[in-house]
Design a protein around this ligand. Structure first.
Ligand SMILES: Cc1cc2nc3c(=O)[nH]c(=O)nc-3n(C[C@H](O)[C@H](O)[C@H](O)COP(=O)(O)O)c2cc1C
Length: 429
């Protein structure tokens, strides 16, 4: 356990800022994590699945290059898109998978993408559980045999097989192994993907976890999986290495993981000594991470999950990162000034404004819109069937040395999404 490691939550500036820089004075302040690692400012690029690995799930040259581009933009922290712990469990066809040393040289190159910038680079480590397309996975596993309920889009998934006790421990171990290999490759920390309805989040939710053994039932049992993953990673990477988690504030579904339960898990992880907790929300069934909860109060405040983080702050001293909806410097700075969060997470804006942190600091950008593209097919739009691939294509443009293209047609993203699923399904057979 690594309890009570001191950290600086102070917004005191480590270097003088000119008065005219006031609107971003809190954003520009460095932040020290419990283990002493310093983020040079309060801006994090949140994880975005790039779907840009090679056919064999290694990081591609383009993917590595996208991180070079982002590192030059100078955020405090870059969190990669989800890196899978098992090549038999893919969220997307071109996910990077790290389960052994076979791509170690490429992982080292990826870690080096931030060299000389002082930007932290953390992989987000994930297992998709039941949120895995049938076209690209032979068998789909989950806490329980409970299928996704997504209307017409449910057909793209299949009934998962409930994990055995042995298989659960194997996955726990895999999270640790992936984190350790990436640490050895040069990544400066890691993040567990505990949000958005993937496997960790499936264990937490009573909707997807109906187990009656030590992994299901009361919250203490449903939280066992994430706590064991944290402990295994800590065991494999050591006491001083930053470990974070992204967790749902809630599933926003009847009978699902509630806000109160989420706060209890935040408290438990904080007691274990985790270094940074990122707050998000939603699942494939209810994608609040992309849309927010659509309440007027949320829309008025721009950022999603602010009300949650205000409450969470009272429960834990662990540093908090909030992601979802931030689109203006003034709102970000005010949120930091209020002290309920320590780091601001941005995802989609980084696809269209790769130099975003620099632009914020030199005052050339005050607002950064990130549109929601669609092609008008409801279930696909709802799933992120167009929006996510549209942003993935923007990341691929960055990696291939091109500029973002704000007028990229939604239909291209739809085609890209279909093509990657179809081709992978073809290779599988
Ligand atoms: C293309 C795309 C891929 C994403 N992939 C991931 C992912 O791999 N892991 C994750 O935690 N969140 C993922 N997200 C969600 C973002 O990290 C973020 O929570 C969400 O987009 C809200 O932040 P924003 O309003 O700043 O975009 C993804 C979002 C997009 C647009």
């Amino acid at each position: 356990m690594h309890q009570n490691r001191g950290y600086s939550n102070s917004l005191a500036l480590k270097y003088p800022l000119k008065k005219e820089q006031y609107p971003m004075k809190h954003i520009a302040a460095p932040f020290t994590l419990p283990n002493g690692a310093v983020l040079k400012n309060r801006i994090a690029k949140s994880a975005m699945s790039e779907n840009f690995g090679t056919r064999h799930h290694a990081p591609s040259k383009g993917l590595i290059n996208a991180y070079r581009v982002w590192a030059k933009g100078n955020p405090g922290l870059l969190i990669t898109g989800n890196v899978m712990v098992d090549s038999m469990a893919l969220g997307e066809a071109r996910n990077v998978v790290v389960e052994d040393y076979k791509d170690f040289e490429l992982l080292k190159q990826w870690a080096k993408s931030v060299e000389g910038t002082g930007v932290h680079l953390w992989p987000q480590i994930n297992h998709p559980g039941r949120q895995a397309f049938a076209a690209i996975n032979r068998e789909i596993v989950a806490p329980s045999a409970v299928p996704l309920k997504m209307g017409g889009a449910s057909k793209m998934f299949k009934m998962p097989t409930a994990l055995t006790e042995e298989a659960i421990w194997d996955i726990v171990k895999r999270f640790g192994t992936t984190a350790r290999i990436m640490k050895e490759a040069g990544f400066t920390g890691c993040q567990i993907h505990g949000a958005h309805g993937y496997l960790v989040s499936q264990f937490l939710s009573p909707n997807s976890n109906v187990r009656t053994d030590q992994w299901g039932g009361f919250l203490a049992n449903r939280a066992r999986f994430v706590l064991e993953i944290y402990r295994e990673i800590r065991r494999q990477v050591g006491a001083e290495y930053p470990i974070g988690i992204k967790i749902n504030s809630a599933d926003f579904q009847r009978g699902g993981f509630t806000e109160d339960e989420s706060m209890e898990v935040v408290r438990l992880l904080g007691n274990e000594g985790i270094d940074l907790i990122e707050i998000s929300g939603g699942t494939y069934e209810k994608p609040a991470m992309i849309t927010g909860d659509r309440k007027k109060s949320t829309v008025d405040r721009e950022a999603y999950f602010l009300t949650y983080i205000e409450k969470a702050r009272k429960l834990t001293k662990t540093p908090l990162l909030l992601t979802g909806g931030f689109r203006s410097v003034a709102v970000m700075d005010k949120a930091l000034e209020e002290g309920n969060l320590d780091v601001v997470g941005l995802a989609r804006p980084f696809c269209l404004y790769p130099n975003l942190a620099n632009q914020i600091f030199d005052g050339s950008v005050a607002r950064f819109e990130a549109p929601i593209p669609s092609i008008g097919i409801k279930f696909l739009d709802k799933l992120g069937g167009v929006e996510l691939p549209w942003y993935e294509l923007q990341i691929q443009r960055l990696g291939n040395g091109k500029s973002p293209k704000k007028n990229l047609p939604g239909i291209l993203a739809f085609w890209f999404s279909l093509k990657s699923l179809f081709l992978k399904s073809f290779w599988k057979n």
